[in-house]
Design a protein around this ligand. Structure first.
Ligand SMILES: Nc1nc2c(ncn2[C@@H]2O[C@H](COP(=O)(O)OP(=O)(O)OP(=O)(O)O)[C@@H](O)[C@H]2O)c(=O)[nH]1
Ligand SMILES: [Mg+2]
Length: 367
């Protein structure tokens, strides 16, 4: 099927989905349609990859410790926010589509290098390709964290944006369903579940067939909806954390702000222009980074707070040592620690001790 035909078929199926009412009786039909869409979307993405360097964003490599993408409708302040978080100078304008390509910037945070991508504004129907939405979303999919931006005048955009990203295969703030699929050569579809399922087995098998899967052993280890089952089959789902932000709060009064805060309790309300709550945003980015910092201290000296050691959460002293110098692991004798992971200050620990954010570490070596 050509690119255009695939797209046309996806649109027909999406139309069919919209016209199928959502109720118990239509659940199976809807799941079947979704499985067909998932398969076609995958094909489309493979075709796009084969097509090579089409559109912008290609050639932009992930760099540093983490990549964050700023996503939102036009003129919500993405470029202003990029400029405020980093030393980038992305063009700002009071008209839609000021930004036309991907603008990268670097945020130095707690010793880590965080790459931030400012992308063109999305509009409703972006997942269907409106306003170069597909190219933008293909860039967004590569990020480690999304920051969704809206402003107080377009709060309804949040739902449409989420819906569009969902249609494009992004799953925000959720983890993949616990389903293991082992493809086999013959024997049909065998489904086993370690929990009692609310979805009947025949419907799941139907979905497999629509998706083009004829032989497989499938193990389901948690309660899932039929949509999540389609997600488990599809290769193009991307699971990603996401922070919701409402920008331009300098333009609204306190009582309206409080109303909005109650309506969207998990959102960060900020002003990219005046800098209000930018620090809160930075610390939230940090909490999603999966990174921690530790401060190294030489014997008899003060800790080095200027150049923290950035390591992955859950790292042990051994892991930290190997990151500093390969000899350190070989020569390691013991460490003394202060801070969150220490039972008491100056605790002596071995190489298996797990570090926590803000620890101070003094290494002792065999000579
Ligand atoms: N009052 C106020 N205005 C802002 C704020 N942030 C951005 N703006 C203004 O909003 C307009 C759009 O800002 P941009 O940063 O260009 O928005 P964008 O989301 O990058 O827009 P596109 O690239 O077109 O998608 C400009 O006139 C900015 O000056 C803010 O925090 N407060
Ligand atoms: Mg912009």
């Amino acid at each position: 099927m050509s690119d255009d035909k695939t797209q046309q078929r996806i649109e027909e199926l999406q139309e069919q989905l919209r016209n199928t009412p959502v109720n118990k009786g239509t659940e199976k039909d809807r799941a079947r349609i979704k499985a067909q869409i998932a398969k076609l979307q995958e094909r489309q993405q493979q075709q796009a990859k084969k097509g090579g360097a089409r559109g912008y964003g290609y050639g932009l490599r992930k760099q540093g410790d983490m990549t964050v993408c700023l996503v939102g409708y036009p003129s919500t302040g993405k470029s202003t926010l990029l400029n405020s978080l980093t030393d980038a100078e992305s063009e700002v304008g009071d008209y839609a589509f000021t930004t036309l390509s991907v603008e990268p910037g670097v945020l130095h945070l707690n010793g880590a290098t965080i790459q931030i991508w400012d992308v063109p504004g999305l509009i409703e129907g972006a997942s269907l390709g409106k306003g170069r939405g597909k190219e933008v979303i293909s860039v967004v999919r590569n990020a480690d964290l999304l920051i969704i931006l809206t402003d107080p005048y377009r709060l309804e955009a949040i739902e449409t944006l989420y819906a569009d990203l969902y249609t494009a295969g992004l799953r925000l703030n959720t983890r993949p369903p616990d389903v293991k699929i082992h493809k086999t050569d013959k024997g049909g579809i065998n489904i086993s579940a370690t929990v009692s399922l609310e979805v009947d087995e025949e419907s799941l098998k139907d979905v497999c067939r629509e998706y083009g899967l004829t032989n497989a052993d499938i193990t389901i280890r948690e309660h899932i909806s039929i949509d999540e089952f389609v997600d488990a089959l599809a290769d193009n789902r991307v699971y990603m954390p996401c922070i919701l932000t409402v920008n331009k709060i300098d333009e609204i009064n306190q009582s309206y702000l409080e109303t909005l805060q109650q309506q969207y309790p998990s959102a960060i309300f900020l002003s990219a222009q005046t800098g209000t709550h930018i620090e809160q945003l930075k610390s939230t980015i940090w909490s999603y980074s999966g990174l921690i910092t530790a401060y190294m201290k030489k014997i008899g000296e003060e800790p080095d707070y200027d150049e923290p050691l950035v390591v992955k959460q859950g790292v042990t002293i051994e892991g930290a040592c190997s990151q500093i110098h390969k000899d350190f692991v070989k020569r390691f004798k013991y460490a003394r620690i202060w801070g969150p992971s220490a039972a008491f200050p100056e605790q002596t620990v071995g190489k298996d001790h797990t570090l926590q954010d803000g620890d101070v570490v003094e290494l002792h070596f065999y000579r």
